[in-house]
Design a binder for this molecule. Structure first.
Ligand code: SPD
Length: 298
């Protein structure tokens, strides 16, 4: 078929336009589209491919193995929710461990708590830290002397902990590739043992809207329930993660998340008023689950 000059021009324009989009499909042809301006970073490690793009509307965007990790504009939701929900639920979180979290956003939020004396952050891939230092200057807190950044496999690290933690935060990737083990019972058992007797754990646990994640979500909550006296899911809303609704796990050896003492702690904190997503109402409300989500973790 012969195409007119105009038709050829349109096809070319469409092609160029499409190639400047990032697409993450979470169900067949259904997914997320983000307009891109240019590629800023691309490095393959022995574990994964880390890329950073400048986007049209979300600032810089980090993608690992074809999955969005964070954008400059919406990262605060994830990092505030994974850090403060655990830290405000603990009366004195002095020692904290982050598994993953190489972009530094979770560490930034953890270090807002004056009680924290020491933070070990165990990231498997140096490229994640490098990409964040270069292209997400406002995200990471890497210079704080209380932070001990280690480039190791978090799953192996947590098996050999000698000085236990008050809080462990699992800020990993999706349950494929190097992060797959972060959804397994053996790993949660090691985390349980690496926590003090009143320790708390939080973890990212994927989107309840994405069916292919259901097995991993169910396994995590089943495992946590078997290990910890207190365990529940909580939710937050992150526009660039598949389907926007994101789940996290809260597990605790002693303290409840929804306790009036927690509310008091949040309200009397010197910095909580400056956070952009998390507050005492959100803390409570995030544990309210829609029925279809309850059915997944029941
Ligand atoms: N599909 C998104 C899962 C991302 C979980 N980790 C994000 C890292 C941000 N510190």
């Amino acid at each position: 078929m012969l195409l007119s000059y105009l038709q050829r021009k349109m096809i070319l324009k469409q092609h160029i336009f499409m190639s400047l989009q990032y697409n993450e499909f979470y169900h067949e042809r259904t997914g997320l589209t983000i307009g891109l301006k240019k590629l800023l970073y691309s490095k393959q490690s022995e574990y994964q491919l880390t890329e950073v793009y400048e986007t049209d509307t979300w600032g810089n965007l980090m993608i690992i193995d074809g999955m969005v990790m964070l954008s400059e504009k919406d990262e605060f939701v994830y990092h505030e929710m994974i850090a403060h929900t655990a830290l405000f639920s603990h009366p004195n979180p002095e020692r904290v461990l982050i598994i993953g979290g190489g972009d530094g956003g979770t560490a930034r939020e953890v270090m807002k708590h004056p009680a924290v004396q020491h933070l070990d952050m165990v990231e498997i891939d140096r490229n994640v830290v490098e990409a964040s230092r270069l292209h997400f200057p406002d995200v990471g807190d890497f210079e704080n002397p209380k932070i001990n950044l280690l480039f190791e496999d978090g799953i192996a690290f947590v098996k050999n902990v000698t000085e236990p933690y008050d809080v462990i935060i699992i800020d990993g990737s999706d349950p494929v590739g190097p992060a797959e083990g972060l959804f397994k019972k053996e790993f949660y058992q090691s985390c349980y043992e690496a926590l003090n007797e009143d320790g708390i754990l939080t973890s990212q646990t994927e989107s309840p809207w994405v069916k292919s994640y259901h097995q991993s979500i169910q396994a995590v909550f089943r495992n946590l329930k078997e290990l910890f006296p207190v365990s529940s899911m909580y939710l937050c809303f992150i526009p660039l993660y598949p389907a926007g609704m994101w789940s996290m796990a809260f597990a605790s050896k002693k303290y409840e998340a929804c306790d009036s003492v927690v509310e008091e702690r949040i309200k009397s904190s010197t910095f909580a008023g400056n956070l952009r997503y998390y507050n005492s109402e959100i803390h409570y409300a995030s544990f309210a689950l829609p029925n279809f989500v309850k059915d997944i973790v029941r």
